[in-house]
Design a protein around this ligand. Structure first.
Ligand code: NAD
Ligand code: GLY
Length: 356
Protein backbone atom coordinates (compact mmCIF):
# COMPACT_ATOMS: atom_id res chain seq x y z
CA UNK A 1 0.00 0.00 0.00
CA UNK A 2 1.17 3.53 -0.82
CA UNK A 3 1.62 6.05 1.96
CA UNK A 4 -1.12 8.57 2.38
CA UNK A 5 -2.43 11.14 4.80
CA UNK A 6 -5.85 10.87 6.40
CA UNK A 7 -8.02 13.71 7.70
CA UNK A 8 -11.26 12.99 9.57
CA UNK A 9 -14.43 14.94 9.02
CA UNK A 10 -15.76 14.57 12.54
CA UNK A 11 -19.53 14.23 12.36
CA UNK A 12 -20.28 11.60 15.00
CA UNK A 13 -21.70 8.45 13.43
CA UNK A 14 -21.44 10.07 9.97
CA UNK A 15 -17.69 10.81 10.34
CA UNK A 16 -15.52 9.88 7.38
CA UNK A 17 -11.91 10.03 6.24
CA UNK A 18 -10.39 12.14 3.48
CA UNK A 19 -7.48 10.09 2.16
CA UNK A 20 -4.81 12.05 0.26
CA UNK A 21 -1.89 10.47 -1.57
CA UNK A 22 -0.28 9.32 -4.78
CA UNK A 23 -0.92 5.94 -6.45
CA UNK A 24 -4.13 5.37 -4.50
CA UNK A 25 -6.29 4.32 -7.46
CA UNK A 26 -3.59 2.06 -8.88
CA UNK A 27 -3.65 -0.30 -5.90
CA UNK A 28 -2.44 2.05 -3.17
CA UNK A 29 -5.73 2.01 -1.27
CA UNK A 30 -8.23 -0.77 -0.61
CA UNK A 31 -11.31 0.94 -2.04
CA UNK A 32 -13.35 -2.28 -2.09
CA UNK A 33 -13.21 -2.33 1.72
CA UNK A 34 -15.30 0.86 1.77
CA UNK A 35 -18.04 -0.68 -0.38
CA UNK A 36 -20.25 -2.50 2.11
CA UNK A 37 -22.81 -4.13 -0.20
CA UNK A 38 -22.29 -6.46 -3.14
CA UNK A 39 -22.49 -3.78 -5.85
CA UNK A 40 -21.67 -0.22 -6.76
CA UNK A 41 -22.34 2.29 -9.52
CA UNK A 42 -19.39 4.37 -10.70
CA UNK A 43 -20.60 7.68 -12.09
CA UNK A 44 -18.09 9.57 -14.21
CA UNK A 45 -18.14 11.52 -17.46
CA UNK A 46 -17.01 11.20 -21.05
CA UNK A 47 -13.67 12.93 -20.31
CA UNK A 48 -12.62 11.33 -17.02
CA UNK A 49 -13.86 7.76 -17.57
CA UNK A 50 -11.40 6.97 -20.40
CA UNK A 51 -8.56 8.23 -18.16
CA UNK A 52 -9.29 6.62 -14.79
CA UNK A 53 -12.30 4.29 -14.81
CA UNK A 54 -10.38 1.08 -15.56
CA UNK A 55 -7.80 1.84 -12.86
CA UNK A 56 -10.56 2.58 -10.36
CA UNK A 57 -12.39 -0.62 -11.25
CA UNK A 58 -9.25 -2.65 -10.59
CA UNK A 59 -9.41 -1.55 -6.94
CA UNK A 60 -13.03 -2.74 -6.60
CA UNK A 61 -12.23 -6.46 -6.65
CA UNK A 62 -15.01 -8.70 -5.40
CA UNK A 63 -17.75 -6.14 -6.10
CA UNK A 64 -20.19 -5.97 -9.01
CA UNK A 65 -19.39 -2.70 -10.76
CA UNK A 66 -21.86 -0.85 -13.00
CA UNK A 67 -20.92 2.33 -14.86
CA UNK A 68 -22.70 5.49 -15.90
CA UNK A 69 -21.15 8.37 -17.83
CA UNK A 70 -22.54 11.89 -17.77
CA UNK A 71 -22.08 14.52 -20.45
CA UNK A 72 -19.18 16.80 -19.53
CA UNK A 73 -19.79 20.35 -18.37
CA UNK A 74 -21.55 22.68 -15.98
CA UNK A 75 -24.34 23.15 -18.53
CA UNK A 76 -25.31 19.50 -17.93
CA UNK A 77 -25.51 19.85 -14.14
CA UNK A 78 -29.28 19.48 -14.21
CA UNK A 79 -32.09 17.59 -12.53
CA UNK A 80 -32.33 15.46 -15.71
CA UNK A 81 -28.73 14.30 -15.22
CA UNK A 82 -29.41 13.20 -11.63
CA UNK A 83 -32.66 11.55 -12.75
CA UNK A 84 -30.74 9.58 -15.40
CA UNK A 85 -28.47 8.19 -12.66
CA UNK A 86 -31.52 7.20 -10.60
CA UNK A 87 -32.90 5.44 -13.73
CA UNK A 88 -29.62 3.55 -13.99
CA UNK A 89 -29.81 2.53 -10.31
CA UNK A 90 -33.34 1.22 -10.87
CA UNK A 91 -32.27 -0.63 -14.04
CA UNK A 92 -29.39 -2.36 -12.27
CA UNK A 93 -31.66 -3.39 -9.39
CA UNK A 94 -29.73 -1.34 -6.87
CA UNK A 95 -30.74 -1.66 -3.22
CA UNK A 96 -30.19 0.37 -0.08
CA UNK A 97 -26.77 -1.29 0.29
CA UNK A 98 -25.57 -0.20 -3.15
CA UNK A 99 -22.76 2.38 -3.18
CA UNK A 100 -22.52 5.29 -5.65
CA UNK A 101 -18.94 6.26 -6.48
CA UNK A 102 -18.41 9.68 -8.08
CA UNK A 103 -15.26 9.75 -10.23
CA UNK A 104 -14.61 13.21 -11.64
CA UNK A 105 -14.68 16.92 -10.92
CA UNK A 106 -17.19 18.89 -8.90
CA UNK A 107 -19.88 18.61 -11.54
CA UNK A 108 -19.86 14.79 -11.47
CA UNK A 109 -19.57 14.79 -7.67
CA UNK A 110 -22.50 17.17 -7.17
CA UNK A 111 -24.82 15.37 -9.63
CA UNK A 112 -23.94 11.83 -8.53
CA UNK A 113 -24.05 12.88 -4.87
CA UNK A 114 -27.56 14.24 -5.31
CA UNK A 115 -28.71 11.03 -7.02
CA UNK A 116 -27.21 9.04 -4.11
CA UNK A 117 -29.02 11.32 -1.64
CA UNK A 118 -32.36 10.75 -3.39
CA UNK A 119 -32.28 7.06 -4.34
CA UNK A 120 -34.24 5.10 -1.73
CA UNK A 121 -33.88 8.20 0.51
CA UNK A 122 -30.13 7.86 0.51
CA UNK A 123 -27.48 5.28 -0.38
CA UNK A 124 -23.77 5.28 0.40
CA UNK A 125 -21.59 7.71 -1.55
CA UNK A 126 -17.83 7.69 -2.16
CA UNK A 127 -16.22 10.75 -3.70
CA UNK A 128 -13.15 10.23 -5.89
CA UNK A 129 -12.40 13.80 -6.97
CA UNK A 130 -10.10 14.31 -9.97
CA UNK A 131 -9.88 18.11 -10.27
CA UNK A 132 -8.00 20.31 -7.81
CA UNK A 133 -11.24 22.18 -7.10
CA UNK A 134 -13.10 19.00 -6.26
CA UNK A 135 -10.20 17.70 -4.15
CA UNK A 136 -10.00 20.82 -1.98
CA UNK A 137 -13.67 21.70 -1.83
CA UNK A 138 -16.66 20.07 -3.51
CA UNK A 139 -15.98 16.43 -2.55
CA UNK A 140 -15.81 17.31 1.16
CA UNK A 141 -18.73 18.42 3.30
CA UNK A 142 -21.78 16.70 1.86
CA UNK A 143 -23.27 19.44 -0.30
CA UNK A 144 -24.77 17.82 -3.39
CA UNK A 145 -27.04 19.28 -6.02
CA UNK A 146 -27.78 20.60 -9.46
CA UNK A 147 -28.53 23.93 -11.11
CA UNK A 148 -31.96 25.34 -11.93
CA UNK A 149 -32.52 27.46 -15.04
CA UNK A 150 -32.98 30.44 -12.69
CA UNK A 151 -29.98 29.90 -10.46
CA UNK A 152 -26.91 27.95 -9.47
CA UNK A 153 -27.19 24.92 -7.13
CA UNK A 154 -30.82 25.74 -6.28
CA UNK A 155 -31.78 22.06 -6.04
CA UNK A 156 -29.84 19.86 -3.64
CA UNK A 157 -29.41 17.96 -0.43
CA UNK A 158 -26.85 17.49 2.30
CA UNK A 159 -25.54 13.95 1.93
CA UNK A 160 -22.15 13.17 3.45
CA UNK A 161 -19.89 10.71 1.65
CA UNK A 162 -18.49 7.74 3.58
CA UNK A 163 -15.05 8.31 2.06
CA UNK A 164 -13.23 10.94 0.01
CA UNK A 165 -10.35 9.37 -1.89
CA UNK A 166 -7.95 11.93 -3.35
CA UNK A 167 -5.35 10.45 -5.69
CA UNK A 168 -3.11 13.40 -6.48
CA UNK A 169 -1.78 11.58 -9.58
CA UNK A 170 -5.06 12.43 -11.36
CA UNK A 171 -3.98 16.08 -11.49
CA UNK A 172 -1.36 15.16 -14.11
CA UNK A 173 -3.99 15.19 -16.87
CA UNK A 174 -5.90 18.24 -15.63
CA UNK A 175 -5.74 21.21 -18.05
CA UNK A 176 -3.88 24.29 -16.73
CA UNK A 177 -7.00 26.44 -16.77
CA UNK A 178 -8.78 23.92 -14.49
CA UNK A 179 -5.79 23.71 -12.13
CA UNK A 180 -5.82 27.49 -11.75
CA UNK A 181 -9.58 27.47 -11.14
CA UNK A 182 -8.95 25.05 -8.26
CA UNK A 183 -6.32 27.41 -6.85
CA UNK A 184 -9.08 30.01 -6.39
CA UNK A 185 -10.70 27.82 -3.72
CA UNK A 186 -7.29 27.12 -2.13
CA UNK A 187 -6.67 30.89 -1.88
CA UNK A 188 -10.17 31.23 -0.40
CA UNK A 189 -9.18 29.06 2.60
CA UNK A 190 -6.20 31.29 3.34
CA UNK A 191 -8.30 34.44 2.99
CA UNK A 192 -11.10 33.29 5.32
CA UNK A 193 -9.33 31.14 7.88
CA UNK A 194 -5.54 31.05 7.88
CA UNK A 195 -3.31 34.09 7.30
CA UNK A 196 -0.18 31.92 7.61
CA UNK A 197 -1.43 29.62 4.83
CA UNK A 198 -2.16 32.69 2.71
CA UNK A 199 1.44 33.86 3.20
CA UNK A 200 2.64 30.34 2.29
CA UNK A 201 0.56 30.55 -0.90
CA UNK A 202 2.17 33.89 -1.76
CA UNK A 203 5.57 32.22 -1.49
CA UNK A 204 4.57 29.07 -3.39
CA UNK A 205 2.07 30.12 -6.02
CA UNK A 206 4.54 29.72 -8.92
CA UNK A 207 5.53 26.25 -7.69
CA UNK A 208 1.87 25.28 -7.45
CA UNK A 209 1.21 26.41 -11.01
CA UNK A 210 4.29 24.42 -12.07
CA UNK A 211 2.55 21.40 -10.46
CA UNK A 212 5.25 20.47 -7.98
CA UNK A 213 3.79 17.32 -6.38
CA UNK A 214 4.78 17.98 -2.75
CA UNK A 215 3.65 21.60 -2.86
CA UNK A 216 0.30 20.61 -4.37
CA UNK A 217 -0.14 17.85 -1.78
CA UNK A 218 0.45 20.34 1.04
CA UNK A 219 -2.05 22.82 -0.45
CA UNK A 220 -4.68 20.05 -0.76
CA UNK A 221 -4.05 18.79 2.77
CA UNK A 222 -4.24 22.21 4.43
CA UNK A 223 -7.38 23.12 2.42
CA UNK A 224 -9.09 19.86 3.43
CA UNK A 225 -8.09 20.36 7.09
CA UNK A 226 -9.69 23.80 7.12
CA UNK A 227 -12.83 22.61 5.35
CA UNK A 228 -13.16 19.52 7.58
CA UNK A 229 -12.90 21.65 10.73
CA UNK A 230 -15.54 24.14 9.55
CA UNK A 231 -17.95 21.42 8.34
CA UNK A 232 -17.60 19.50 11.62
CA UNK A 233 -18.51 22.71 13.47
CA UNK A 234 -21.54 23.60 11.31
CA UNK A 235 -22.56 20.75 9.02
CA UNK A 236 -25.86 22.24 7.78
CA UNK A 237 -24.65 25.83 7.37
CA UNK A 238 -26.75 27.34 10.11
CA UNK A 239 -23.94 29.79 10.80
CA UNK A 240 -20.18 29.62 10.42
CA UNK A 241 -20.02 27.28 7.40
CA UNK A 242 -21.30 30.11 5.21
CA UNK A 243 -17.79 31.67 5.33
CA UNK A 244 -16.80 28.94 2.86
CA UNK A 245 -18.88 30.92 0.40
CA UNK A 246 -16.48 33.88 0.37
CA UNK A 247 -16.65 35.33 -3.15
CA UNK A 248 -19.48 32.97 -4.09
CA UNK A 249 -22.42 35.41 -3.95
CA UNK A 250 -20.78 37.38 -6.75
CA UNK A 251 -19.23 34.26 -8.28
CA UNK A 252 -22.47 32.31 -8.66
CA UNK A 253 -24.13 35.41 -10.15
CA UNK A 254 -21.27 35.78 -12.65
CA UNK A 255 -21.56 32.10 -13.67
CA UNK A 256 -25.30 32.47 -14.13
CA UNK A 257 -25.07 35.73 -16.11
CA UNK A 258 -22.33 34.69 -18.55
CA UNK A 259 -23.95 31.26 -19.10
CA UNK A 260 -22.91 28.08 -17.27
CA UNK A 261 -19.54 26.83 -18.43
CA UNK A 262 -18.33 30.12 -19.98
CA UNK A 263 -16.45 31.14 -16.86
CA UNK A 264 -15.23 28.24 -14.73
CA UNK A 265 -16.59 28.14 -11.16
CA UNK A 266 -13.15 28.93 -9.72
CA UNK A 267 -12.64 31.85 -12.11
CA UNK A 268 -15.97 33.37 -11.10
CA UNK A 269 -15.12 32.85 -7.41
CA UNK A 270 -11.71 34.53 -7.95
CA UNK A 271 -13.29 37.72 -9.32
CA UNK A 272 -16.01 37.41 -6.64
CA UNK A 273 -13.41 37.29 -3.85
CA UNK A 274 -11.93 40.61 -4.98
CA UNK A 275 -15.42 42.12 -5.12
CA UNK A 276 -16.19 40.83 -1.59
CA UNK A 277 -12.82 42.06 -0.30
CA UNK A 278 -13.59 45.53 -1.66
CA UNK A 279 -16.91 45.47 0.19
CA UNK A 280 -15.13 44.51 3.44
CA UNK A 281 -13.85 47.03 5.98
CA UNK A 282 -10.21 46.10 5.43
CA UNK A 283 -7.33 48.30 4.38
CA UNK A 284 -6.53 48.85 0.71
CA UNK A 285 -3.17 47.10 1.18
CA UNK A 286 -4.91 43.83 2.15
CA UNK A 287 -7.26 44.02 -0.85
CA UNK A 288 -4.22 44.62 -3.05
CA UNK A 289 -2.36 41.62 -1.55
CA UNK A 290 -5.30 39.35 -2.34
CA UNK A 291 -5.69 40.85 -5.82
CA UNK A 292 -1.99 40.29 -6.56
CA UNK A 293 -2.08 36.65 -5.42
CA UNK A 294 -5.18 35.92 -7.51
CA UNK A 295 -3.61 37.63 -10.53
CA UNK A 296 -0.38 35.63 -10.08
CA UNK A 297 -2.50 32.45 -10.05
CA UNK A 298 -3.63 33.43 -13.55
CA UNK A 299 -7.21 34.10 -12.43
CA UNK A 300 -9.57 36.99 -13.25
CA UNK A 301 -9.55 39.90 -10.79
CA UNK A 302 -12.60 41.74 -12.15
CA UNK A 303 -16.10 40.65 -13.20
CA UNK A 304 -17.08 40.32 -16.86
CA UNK A 305 -19.14 43.12 -18.46
CA UNK A 306 -22.52 41.52 -17.89
CA UNK A 307 -24.27 44.57 -16.41
CA UNK A 308 -24.77 45.52 -12.77
CA UNK A 309 -28.55 45.03 -13.01
CA UNK A 310 -28.24 41.42 -14.20
CA UNK A 311 -25.67 40.59 -11.53
CA UNK A 312 -27.84 42.11 -8.82
CA UNK A 313 -30.90 40.11 -10.00
CA UNK A 314 -28.89 36.87 -10.01
CA UNK A 315 -27.56 37.63 -6.52
CA UNK A 316 -31.18 37.75 -5.27
CA UNK A 317 -31.29 33.93 -5.71
CA UNK A 318 -28.27 33.43 -3.41
CA UNK A 319 -28.89 30.84 -0.69
CA UNK A 320 -27.55 33.19 1.98
CA UNK A 321 -30.43 35.66 1.42
CA UNK A 322 -32.50 35.91 4.63
CA UNK A 323 -35.74 37.91 5.03
CA UNK A 324 -35.19 39.08 1.43
CA UNK A 325 -31.89 40.66 2.54
CA UNK A 326 -28.61 39.98 0.77
CA UNK A 327 -25.87 38.70 3.05
CA UNK A 328 -22.18 38.59 2.18
CA UNK A 329 -19.10 36.88 3.51
CA UNK A 330 -16.79 39.78 4.33
CA UNK A 331 -13.24 39.84 5.66
CA UNK A 332 -12.38 41.20 9.11
CA UNK A 333 -8.77 40.94 8.00
CA UNK A 334 -6.86 38.51 5.79
CA UNK A 335 -7.35 35.08 7.39
CA UNK A 336 -10.61 35.93 9.17
CA UNK A 337 -14.16 36.31 7.80
CA UNK A 338 -17.78 36.66 8.90
CA UNK A 339 -21.23 36.58 7.30
CA UNK A 340 -23.27 39.74 7.48
CA UNK A 341 -26.26 41.62 6.09
CA UNK A 342 -24.55 44.88 7.04
CA UNK A 343 -22.55 46.42 4.23
CA UNK A 344 -22.17 49.80 2.63
CA UNK A 345 -24.75 50.04 -0.23
CA UNK A 346 -22.62 52.65 -2.00
CA UNK A 347 -19.61 50.31 -1.91
CA UNK A 348 -21.81 47.54 -3.38
CA UNK A 349 -22.86 49.88 -6.21
CA UNK A 350 -19.17 50.63 -6.88
CA UNK A 351 -18.27 46.94 -6.93
CA UNK A 352 -21.16 46.07 -9.24
CA UNK A 353 -20.35 49.08 -11.42
CA UNK A 354 -17.20 47.28 -12.54
CA UNK A 355 -19.48 44.78 -14.31
CA UNK A 356 -20.76 47.52 -16.63
P1 NAD B 1 -15.76 20.09 -13.53
O1 NAD B 1 -16.33 19.02 -12.74
O2 NAD B 1 -16.56 20.65 -14.67
O3 NAD B 1 -14.33 19.62 -14.08
C1 NAD B 1 -13.61 20.48 -14.92
C2 NAD B 1 -13.21 19.80 -16.23
O4 NAD B 1 -12.10 18.96 -16.00
C3 NAD B 1 -14.29 18.95 -16.84
O5 NAD B 1 -14.23 19.06 -18.24
C4 NAD B 1 -13.88 17.54 -16.41
O6 NAD B 1 -14.38 16.53 -17.24
C5 NAD B 1 -12.38 17.64 -16.49
N1 NAD B 1 -11.61 16.74 -15.64
C6 NAD B 1 -11.91 16.33 -14.39
N2 NAD B 1 -10.88 15.65 -13.88
C7 NAD B 1 -9.93 15.59 -14.84
C8 NAD B 1 -8.63 15.03 -14.90
N3 NAD B 1 -8.06 14.45 -13.84
N4 NAD B 1 -7.94 15.14 -16.06
C9 NAD B 1 -8.48 15.79 -17.12
N5 NAD B 1 -9.68 16.38 -17.12
C10 NAD B 1 -10.40 16.28 -15.97
O7 NAD B 1 -15.39 21.37 -12.62
P2 NAD B 1 -14.83 21.50 -11.13
O8 NAD B 1 -14.10 22.77 -11.13
O9 NAD B 1 -14.17 20.27 -10.68
O10 NAD B 1 -16.15 21.64 -10.26
C11 NAD B 1 -16.99 22.75 -10.39
C12 NAD B 1 -18.34 22.40 -9.82
O11 NAD B 1 -18.22 22.10 -8.44
C13 NAD B 1 -19.35 23.50 -9.94
O12 NAD B 1 -20.58 22.98 -10.41
C14 NAD B 1 -19.50 24.01 -8.53
O13 NAD B 1 -20.78 24.54 -8.28
C15 NAD B 1 -19.28 22.75 -7.75
N6 NAD B 1 -18.85 22.97 -6.37
C16 NAD B 1 -19.51 22.28 -5.41
C17 NAD B 1 -19.12 22.41 -4.09
C18 NAD B 1 -19.79 21.59 -3.04
O14 NAD B 1 -19.53 21.82 -1.85
N7 NAD B 1 -20.58 20.61 -3.38
C19 NAD B 1 -18.06 23.26 -3.75
C20 NAD B 1 -17.40 23.94 -4.77
C21 NAD B 1 -17.80 23.78 -6.08
N1 GLY C 1 -18.27 25.14 -0.92
C1 GLY C 1 -18.99 25.64 0.19
C2 GLY C 1 -19.37 24.61 1.20
O1 GLY C 1 -19.08 23.45 1.05
O2 GLY C 1 -19.98 24.93 2.16
Amino acid sequence: MASYCSITVDLGERSYPIIIGSGLLAGGYDLAASVDGPDCLVVSNETVAPLYLDTLKSSLHGREVAEFNLQDGEAWKTLDASAAIVDKLVDMGANRDTTVIALGGGVVGDIAGFAAACYMRGVALIQVPTTLLAQVDSSVGGKTGVNHARGKNLIGAFHQPRLVLIDTDTLATLPDRELKAGLAEVIKYGAIADAEFLAWLEQNIDTLIARDADTLAHAIQRSCEIKAEIVADDERETGRRAVLNFGHTFGHAIEHCVGYGEWLHGEAVAAGMIMAAKLSSIDDGSVERLRELIARAGLPVAPPMVGAKQLRAAMGMDKKVQRKQLRFVLLNKLGDAHVTAEFDPAALEDVLGAAG
